[in-house]
Design a protein around this ligand. Structure first.
Ligand code: TEU
Ligand code: CA
Length: 540
């Protein structure tokens, strides 16, 4: 196997609970994924990242794991999982497993034993601290609201949880814990998987006493140790989820000389519609020039030693076309623009399920319709602070995680969008009648086919993978860049805005590889870009 295969890969992210239900219980499952491998092969993707399907009480939809080496029965069995790995391989698709090792579920046997008394050998698998003056050890807050410390009355200490209190943090300072994790990783590697996506991996070097959680002092040492004891010699792909990364930090993770990870997810561009330093529930309009600056910074900044991941959305974020495009009158144009802009950049692109058909956010009108623990906790917190329902629902509709988690829209003419024959665990977006896979497969001009073409270009032109990247000077709301290799030159232009823009570049008249307004020829010396217009042209 080629060592750096992941540099050429296009990754598709499946949120299993919402992809396809094969046994009519309203919950997506492994058989449902297997049933759609041909679809994914047709799209052209070469790796599949699966959100967690291990045994879990499901407080945080699988990110609270109670057994790392078993499949949760709601998703199927280990036999189904092995079948998925093997069937995917036959289609040239590698399976990337979600590795959640910053915390477990409070129902994991390690934690249950850890709670029994202060001296048992699992006590130190988690992070326990004495009360200070009868209170929490310090001010650390949980990402999902409230204190990050929970008191255990049986043993008289607090345990740390950076997410919900049912997700106790593991203590990575304990070498026995680290060995247990590596053993579990090797168990999965032996099944023939293609790699791991490492959940909130930048938190494992935490020091709760100094309150430094992300980018702690032992983080890179732990990753090097993990690399050496698990995937290091195995051409696997690894992508770390690192909310706290800067380009400099991302290079530490992804420089091959350092033997850590293949790449990381950085989130700077997904936070530009938040007010500075005020977190995800503070909203401001997206500034297109800022977006261009940030994406460009990462393209330039990771050169030459690092490697970028390229993505607009995932299961934690609003839908791409709703967050960065216009999900109403320009839904098709802006969804294609986002695809063209991202997929011709340097790095490994990720497509989140439904993005390839331009699925949109799915607004709700009451908290009763909300499933996600993060949104529900925030709702109660804000209620206590005196906010009214409408204000809070507006925030949830803008940034809540359920937006991305509604069932995949396969068919326009079936109840529940062809996701299941039974009422799904989460509502289906009513727009499935017009936004669905079936219709787009039939339409050669669909968003789906734009993605398919872009993936194909990446496979056929090494330039897209390896070519250099440089920004081209244009109007603020227009993003243009050049990719170059061995004399071949590709120009990519995207109008990020819903307004007309002028483009004047000394490249004459060219024929595009791809465009979202179906143009045959473009006079680059003087061109009027329409709302969200985008194209890529090879310069001759
Ligand atoms: O996400 C990490 C994380 O910090 C998110 O919770 C993020 O803060 C929020 O969703 C968006 O603002 C990972 C997983 O992707 C997420 O689904 C899990 O809930 C979380 O870790 C805990 O495992
Ligand atoms: Ca099912």
């Amino acid at each position: 196997m080629e060592k750096d295969w992941w540099k050429k890969a296009v990754v598709y992210q499946v949120y299993p609970k919402s992809f396809q239900d094969s046994n009519a219980d309203g919950i997506g499952d492994i058989r449902g994924i297997i049933n759609h491998l041909d679809y994914l092969e047709d799209l052209g993707i070469t790796a599949l990242w699966l959100n967690p399907m291990y045994c879990s009480p499901g407080i945080d939809n699988g990110y609270d794991i109670s057994d790392y080496e078993q499949i949760d029965p709601i998703y199927g069995s280990m036999k189904d999982m092995q079948l998925l790995i093997d069937e995917a391989r036959k289609r040239g698709i590698k399976i990337i497993m979600d590795l959640v090792v910053n915390h477990t579920s409070d129902k994991h046997p390690w934690f249950i034993k850890s709670c029994q008394d202060r001296t048992n050998k699992y006590r130190d698998y988690y992070v326990w601290r004495d009360p200070v003056d009868g209170h929490e050890p310090n001010e650390l807050q949980s990402t999902f609201g409230g204190s990050a410390w929970e008191f255990d009355s049986q043993t008289g200490q607090y345990y740390l949880h950076q997410f919900s209190k049912q997700q106790p943090d593991l203590n990575w300072q304990n070498s026995k814990l680290r060995q247990a994790i590596y053993k579990m990783m090797n168990f999965w590697i032996e099944k023939g998987i293609g790699g791991f996506r490492l959940d909130v991996i930048d938190l494992i070097g935490k020091n709760p006493d100094t309150m430094q959680m992300a980018n702690g002092k032992d983080l890179h040492r732990f990753l090097q140790e993990m690399n050496q004891q698990t995937f290091g010699k195995k051409s696997l792909m690894t992508v770390g989820e690192t909310w706290g990364a800067t380009p400099e930090i991302a290079k530490l993770y992804s420089d091959p000389q350092r033997h850590e990870l293949s790449m990381v997810f950085q989130f700077e561009h997904t936070q530009l519609d938040q007010q500075d330093g005020q977190g995800k529930w503070s909203i401001k309009p997206l500034n297109f020039y800022e977006l261009k600056k940030v994406l460009n910074k990462w393209q330039v900044g990771l050169n030459p030693t690092g490697w970028n991941s390229l993505f607009w959305n995932n299961h934690d974020l609003p839908r791409a076309v709703s967050a960065f495009g216009n999900d109403q009158e320009y839904r098709v144009e802006s969804a294609k623009m986002l695809a063209i802009l991202l997929h011709l950049m340097k790095g490994t692109p990720y497509i989140y399920q439904g993005e390839e058909i331009g699925m949109t956010n799915c607004p709700v009108s009451s908290i009763d319709e909300v499933n996600d623990v993060e949104s529900i906790n925030m709702y109660h917190e804000k209620k206590n602070e005196g906010f009214n329902d409408n204000e809070i629902i507006r925030l949830i509709n803008h940034r809540g995680r359920d937006n991305a988690r509604t069932p995949m829209q396969w068919k326009g003419d079936q109840k529940y969008a062809g996701f299941s024959s039974q009422k799904p665990w989460l509502h289906v977006n009513p727009n499935y009648k017009t936004i669905n896979v079936d219709d787009q497969l039939r339409d050669s001009n669909s968003i789906y086919n734009t993605y398919k073409e872009l993936i194909d270009y990446r496979k056929k032109h090494l330039l897209v993978v390896e070519g250099s990247y440089s920004l081209v000077d244009t109007a603020d709301d227009v993003y243009a860049y050049l990719r170059e290799m061995d004399g071949q030159k590709l120009l990519v232009v995207a109008n990020l805005s819903g307004k007309d823009q002028t483009l004047k570049l000394d490249y004459g008249v060219q024929q595009p590889w791809i465009s979202n307004y179906n143009i045959e020829k473009i006079n680059l010396n003087d061109y009027k870009l329409r709302p969200y217009e985008a194209f890529a042209v090879e310069i001759h």
